[in-house]
Ligand binder design. Structure first.
Ligand code: FAD
Ligand code: SIN
Length: 532
C-alpha cells in the first residue's frame, strides 16, 4: 500500500471543506502540504445545490442585529440550541461573509450595488444573502473551487473516499485509509490534523433532497473511531421537494424562499391549509410546515400537496428563481401558471460528530466541520440558511485554531495503527454485494419507520430490521467498492439515528413521536459513543 504524509488532510469538498482548505493554506505556513480528498469531483456536494441562501448578520444590513438572529435560531431550535455557540457564530458572521466575498463569492445586489436580502421561514427579518437568485450553493462552491485550484499549497485528490480513521493507543487521530474508486487501490495518509467535512446522511432515507454522496461517511468513521456523536435523532425533513411522477427518489428542492416571497401551500382542491396548523402559516418553522403537509397528504390520501406561486408577479418570479423555474419547466410545470406538486423529503442532519465551533472533537487530531459536525447551533430544528453559515464560520475558526497548533508530521506509527493498516492489505473474500438494492431496502426501512412521525413500535421495528441487514452484510471493515463502503456507513448512521430516537422519549422539533407531546423546554443533547 502507498503511504504519504501531509500537515493537514481535509476530507470533503463542500462549502466547509473547500473554505477550510483555503483558509488554512492562506493563514498557515505549513511544514508539508495540505491534502484535500473528495469522493466525487471537486465541489460535488450538498453545498453545490443549496438554493435559498446563507444567513449573515452583516454591517451592510443595519436593521439586523445578533440578538434578533440568536432569538430566531433558539426559537426554531426548540430548547436544544446552545446559546453561547449561537451568539458566537452570529457575531462573527459579518467578518466571515465579507471574507467570503473577498475570496470571490458574489452575492446578489440591487442596481445600486447593495447586497439584497431575502426572508425564509422563522426569520424575523430579511437577512439571507443569495447568489444567482436561487443558486447560492453553486455561487459559493464555484468561487471556492476556483480559489482552491489556484492555490499551489493545496493538493487535490478526487474520486477518493476516506474509509477508516487511524487512531493510536493514546486515542490520537494520526491519519486515514483512503480508497480510490477508479484504481481500486487503498492508500494510507498520515497527518497531524485530519478534518472531516463530509456532510450529512440524507441518503439513508427513501426521499431526500440530498445528492448521492450524502451517506454519512464522516459520522460513521468517527463513531467507529470512538468519537462522541450527538443528537442523531434530529433529521430535518424539508416540507417542499418537487414530487413528480414517475417518482424520483432524489427530490429536487423547491426553496423555502419561494414561500418567503409569498407563495401559498394548497391541497388538491386548491384550498390553503396552513392557518389550521400555525398562525405563521407558510413561514412557520420547517418542522411545523412539514408535519402540516404530511397531515394534509394523509387526510386526502394524496402523494403530495401544491405550492402556488402562480399569482405572484411572473417576471419577478422567473428572475428570482431561475433554477427552480427551469427545472419545473423541464417537468412540464410553468410556475407562473400552475401550482407546483410538493412533498417533504429528508434534508438536513442536525446531529453529528460533537464538535466545537473551531472543529475540535473528542479525539485529538480529529476535527469536524459543516453538516457532519454537531456544534449545538441547530438544536432540534435548524433555522433556514444557518447551515451554510455554520460551514464557513467553523472552517474559518478551524484555520485560526490550527495556526496555533503543532502541525509536525507524526514520526512513530504504533502497533495498533499497523494492525488497522494490515486489514486493508489483505484480500477480501466473497462476491460483490448488490449494494444498490441493499441501500434501497435500508432507505425504505428508515422512511417508513424513522421518518417524519415515529413511535416506539416503529423504531423498535426499524432497529430489528437494520440489525438483520447488518448481520447479513459480512464486511465490517475492508469492502470491495465505494458502494459497499457507503452501504456499510449508512447502516452505522441509521443505527445511530434509531438509537437516538428510541432514547429520546419526547417530541421536540424535528423529532416527532406520536406517543409523546411536543416540548420546547430546555433539554440536554443526546450522546452516543462506541464502546470497544
Ligand atoms: P457537503 O456540502 O455535503 O460536502 C460534503 C463533501 O464531502 C462532498 O464533497 C462529498 O463528496 C464529500 N465526502 C463525503 N464522504 C466522503 C468520504 N468518505 N471521503 C471523501 N469525501 C467525502 N443550507 C443553507 O444554509 N442554505 C440553503 O439555501 C440550503 N439549501 C439546500 C438545498 C439543498 C438541495 C440541500 C441538499 C441542502 C441545502 N442546505 C442549505 C443545506 C446545506 O447545503 C448543507 O448543510 C451544507 O452545504 C453542508 O456543507 P458541507 O460542506 O458540510 O457538506
Ligand atoms: C431552501 O432553500 O429552502 C433550503 C434552505 C436551507 O436548507 O437552509
Amino acid at each position: 500500500m502507498k503511504y504519504s504524509e501531509y500537515s493537514v488532510v481535509v476530507i470533503g469538498s463542500g462549502a466547509a471543506g473547500l473554505y477550510a482548505a483555503l483558509k488554512i493554506s492562506q493563514q498557515i505556513n505549513l511544514p508539508e502540504s495540505l491534502l484535500l480528498i473528495t469522493k466525487a469531483s471537486l465541489g460535488e456536494s450538498n453545498s453545490k445545490y443549496a438554493q435559498g441562501g446563507i444567513v449573515g448578520v452583516v454591517h451592510q444590513n443595519p436593521d439586523d442585529n445578533v440578538s434578533m438572529h440568536v432569538n430566531d435560531t433558539l426559537k426554531a431550535g426548540a430548547g436544544l440550541s446552545q446559546k453561547a455557540t449561537t451568539e458566537y457564530i452570529s457575531a462573527v458572521s459579518d467578518e466571515v461573509l465579507n471574507d467570503l466575498i473577498s475570496n470571490g463569492v458574489n452575492f446578489d445586489r440591487d442596481s445600486n450595488g447593495n447586497l439584497t436580502f431575502t426572508l425564509e421561514a422563522a426569520h424575523s427579518m430579511k437577512r439571507i444573502l443569495h447568489s444567482g437568485g436561487d443558486a447560492t450553493g453553486k455561487g459559493i462552491t464555484d468561487a471556492l473551487v476556483k480559489a482552491v485550484k489556484n492555490n499551489k499549497n493545496i493538493q487535490v485528490v478526487e474520486n477518493s473516499m476516506a474509509v477508516e480513521l487511524l487512531i493510536n493507543s493514546d486515542k490520537v487521530c494520526k491519519g486515514a485509509i483512503i480508497y480510490n474508486e477508479i484504481t481500486g487501490e487503498h492508500e494510507v495518509v498520515y497527518t497531524s490534523a485530519l478534518v472531516l467535512a463530509t456532510g450529512g446522511v440524507g441518503q439513508v432515507y427513501k426521499y431526500t433532497t440530498n445528492p448521492n454522496g450524502a451517506t454519512g461517511d464522516g459520522i460513521a468513521l468517527a463513531y467507529e473511531a470512538g468519537a462522541v456523536i450527538q443528537d442523531m435523532e434530529f433529521i430535518q425533513f424539508h416540507p417542499t421537494a418537487l414530487a413528480i411522477s414517475p417518482d424520483s427518489k432524489n427530490r429536487f428542492l423547491i426553496s423555502e424562499a419561494v414561500r418567503g416571497e409569498g407563495a401559498k401551500l394548497v391541497n388538491k382542491k386548491g384550498e390553503e391549509f396552513m392557518s389550521k396548523y400555525s398562525d405563521k402559516r407558510e413561514l412557520a418553522p420547517r418542522d411545523v410546515v412539514t408535519r402540516a403537509i404530511y397531515s394534509e397528504m394523509n387526510l386526502e390520501h394524496a402523494p403530495n400537496v401544491f405550492l402556488n406561486a402562480a399569482f405572484l408577479n411572473p417576471l419577478k418570479l422567473l428572475k428570482r428563481f431561475p433554477t427552480i423555474s427551469s427545472r419545473c419547466k423541464e417537468n412540464g410545470i410553468d410556475i407562473t401558471q400552475k401550482p407546483i406538486p410538493v412533498a417533504p423529503a429528508a434534508h438536513y442532519t442536525m446531529g453529528g460528530i460533537k464538535a466545537g465551533v473551531d472543529g475540535t472533537t473528542s479525539i485529538r487530531g480529529l476535527y469536524a466541520i459543516g453538516e457532519t459536525a454537531s456544534t449545538g447551533l441547530h438544536g432540534a430544528n435548524r433555522l433556514a440558511s444557518n447551515s451554510l453559515l455554520e460551514c464557513v464560520v467553523c472552517a474559518y475558526e478551524l484555520a485560526d485554531y490550527l495556526s496555533f497548533a503543532n502541525l509536525e508530521i507524526p514520526k512513530k506509527i504504533d502497533t495498533g495503527i499497523k494492525k488497522m493498516i494490515d486489514v486493508y492489505s489483505r484480500t477480501v473474500k466473497g462476491k460483490e454485494y448488490d449494494y444498490e438494492s441493499l441501500k434501497s431496502k435500508l432507505k425504505d426501512i428508515m422512511w417508513n419507520n424513522v421518518g417524519i412521525i415515529r413511535t416506539e413500535e416503529s423504531l423498535q421495528k426499524a432497529k430489528k430490521e437494520v440489525e438483520k441487514l447488518k448481520n447479513d452484510f459480512k464486511r465490517q471493515r475492508k469492502c470491495l467498492n465505494q458502494g459497499e463502503y457507503e452501504y456499510r456507513n449508512m447502516l452505522t448512521v441509521s443505527s445511530l439515528i434509531i438509537q437516538g430516537a428510541i432514547e429520546r422519549k419526547e417530541s421536540r422539533g424535528a423529532h416527532c413521536r406520536s406517543d409523546y407531546k411536543q416540548t420546547n423546554a430546555i433539554a440536554k443533547h443526546s450522546e452516543l459513543i462506541k464502546t470497544h
